[in-house]
Ligand binder design. Structure first.
Ligand SMILES: [Ca+2]
Ligand SMILES: [Ca+2]
Ligand SMILES: [Ca+2]
Ligand SMILES: [Ca+2]
Length: 540
């Protein structure tokens, strides 16, 4: 009779509740030939941390911890049909004698049903057991699920003391780009329940105020595990001149974090890097942008060879569409920067942090007098500073004209109108070897793409280069059929002559050493760069 589909729902509910009381167990549904389903896949968000099972339920002791945060309980059940609106009942019971938290939430067959309770519903140090069951509108219910557990931990961990002999908090430390250590120490000589120190070097100051929150850690921060004695040591390479800082917060097993500690230290000023050196080791380096949008650094070894190409994961710029050029420090911090024509046809400055990491882009004042942009530029190079200067004039090719733009740290000068160096530059490539004749003025190499001749144009005191008729042939065999890309970063092997790097049409990077008298030696293939040179679209 209890399972009759013609039975009155109201009567059935009454009978079922009475039966449940009498029998002390959950009755079957009045409307299905099978009992209501027992929920499975129980879990909380956040999941309990630091417990035995490591799952989201906490089935077995020792139970895990949930910190200062709201808790979302979820459970799933499936049923064939739903004539009487099956829903999910959650029952959460603390071991501190407080009233159970019992709520019934809507449910959909096969999908998680959830209950969201605020962090204020939970008491620090209390162990909670919770279960779920399905119920329908007749009052019928399934058996309870197997119990889940967690312990509420609302006590944030202590702040660490920050110390460093390499980077002392008073006085002036070493020069930027010195690698050294900083130590975090918790009071009492023990980790307690602290698990991690989150830290950020020279980042935005942490915004935590008042009660520390569970999830205030910025996603970009690094972390180290806390040793049993409550300490951890990090190794860093700060790059800013003068003022640097580290922000650190302790995290405990439940995910609670301490208030931040702000540790500031002062460094000296870097000696400005030479042109072409992107990482401060005095060796000339290359940068290569690919069609996939990646920028690779190829740090020179000082002998013309380069190290395997490397990228920096924090560079989010899409480098694929634009031309890049290097030579000059455009923000005055002593580190060599990159200029780039971005996809909008705008010249931007990509700021080097001193390690070859260009993660900050500045839209500066590279405005042309006629109001047009740089989208028609087909070649884009920086010849290098006049001796004693930080920044370089700009040379471009546009409409088959070789153009000189006088420029400084803050962009184009002289009103943003170019000087035409050669009005018939079709089929030529401009290369920037720096000052090859030692007069302090940067010179140019010009390649005839078809016949492979290299010509030298000496820089003049007024910044120009003399008419093409004065360019002197200094090399042969450099045709574009052989070398798809060809550049110079000056003297890469330290013998006093400007050298060349080229990408062959077969997809290899070669080093071509300069020889006395402005001639060139045999190309040397560099085989250990680790990148596909057929994908490189711009080299500088
Ligand atoms: Ca270097
Ligand atoms: Ca710079
Ligand atoms: Ca010169
Ligand atoms: Ca050389």
């Amino acid at each position: 009779m209890l399972r009759s589909r013609r039975f009155s729902p109201a009567t059935a509910a009454t009978v079922l509740i009475a039966t449940a009381v009498v029998l002390g167990s959950a009755p079957a549904s009045a409307y299905a030939d099978t009992p209501l389903p027992v929920p499975t896949a129980l879990g909380t968000s956040p999941a309990p941390a630091g417990g035995a099972s490591g799952d989201a339920c906490g089935a077995e002791a020792p139970y895990g911890y949930i910190g200062l945060d709201d808790v979302i309980f979820s459970a799933t059940a499936s049923w064939a049909n739903d004539p009487q609106a099956v829903s999910m009942e959650f029952d959460v019971v603390g071991d501190n004698g407080s009233a159970p938290l019992d709520y019934t939430e809507p449910a959909v067959s096969g999908s998680p049903a959830s209950l969201h309770l605020p962090e204020g519903d939970f008491t620090d140090g209390t162990t909670y057991m919770w279960q779920a069951r399905t119920v329908d509108s007749t009052g019928a219910s399934s058996a309870w699920s197997a119990p889940c557990h967690f312990i509420a931990d609302h006590t944030p961990p202590p702040q660490p003391v920050v110390s460093s002999t390499d980077f002392p908090s008073s006085g002036t430390g070493p020069v930027p780009r010195t690698t050294g250590t900083i130590t975090f120490t918790l009071p009492g000589g023990t980790a307690g329940d602290a698990t991690r120190f989150y830290y950020d070097l020279d980042g935005s100051p942490s915004v935590s105020t008042g009660t520390p929150e569970y999830d205030d850690i910025s996603s970009g921060n690094s972390w180290v595990p806390v040793n049993p004695d409550g300490t951890a040591t990090i190794t860093i390479t700060p790059t800013l001149a003068a003022s640097n800082w580290v922000d650190v917060q302790t995290m405990d097993r439940a995910g609670n974090i301490s208030q931040p500690v702000h540790y500031s230290f002062s460094l000296g000023w870097p000696t400005p890097d030479v042109n072409g050196d992107l990482n401060g080791d005095s060796h000339r380096d290359l940068v290569a942008a690919t069609s996939a949008g990646t920028l690779f650094d190829l740090f020179g070894n000082g002998d013309g060879t380069v190290q395997p190409a490397r990228t920096f994961s924090n560079e989010t710029t899409d480098w694929s569409p634009g031309l890049i050029a290097q030579s000059g420090d455009y923000n005055g911090d002593g580190y060599q920067d990159i200029l780039r024509i971005n996809p909008n046809g705008v010249v931007v400055e990509d700021v080097n942090n001193g390690l070859g990491d260009f993660n900050e882009e500045v839209v500066a004042n590279w405005y042309r007098a006629d109001g047009t942009d740089w989208s028609k530029t087909t070649q884009f190079v920086l010849p290098g500073p006049v001796a004693g200067a930080d920044t370089s004039n700009l040379v471009t090719v546009e409409n088959n004209q070789l153009l000189l733009w006088t420029a400084g740290r803050f962009g184009l000068t002289d009103g943003g109108t170019p000087t035409v160096l050669d009005a018939k530059f079709k089929g030529w490539t401009v290369i920037t070897p720096g000052d090859v004749n030692g007069d302090g003025l940067p010179d140019l190499l010009l390649r005839d793409n078809a016949n492979g001749k290299l010509k030298l144009a000496l820089g003049q005191a007024d910044g120009t280069y003399g008419a093409p008729s004065t360019w002197r042939t200094v090399g042969h065999g450099f045709s574009s059929k052989k070398y798809r890309l060809i550049v110079s970063v000056g003297d890469a092997n330290g013998d006093g002559t400007a050298d060349l790097y080229a990408v062959t049409t077969a997809g290899r990077l070669v080093f071509i050493p300069g020889k006395p008298g402005n001639t060139f030696g045999s190309p040397v293939t560099l085989t250990t760069t680790g990148i596909d040179w057929t994908q490189v679209t711009s080299l500088a």
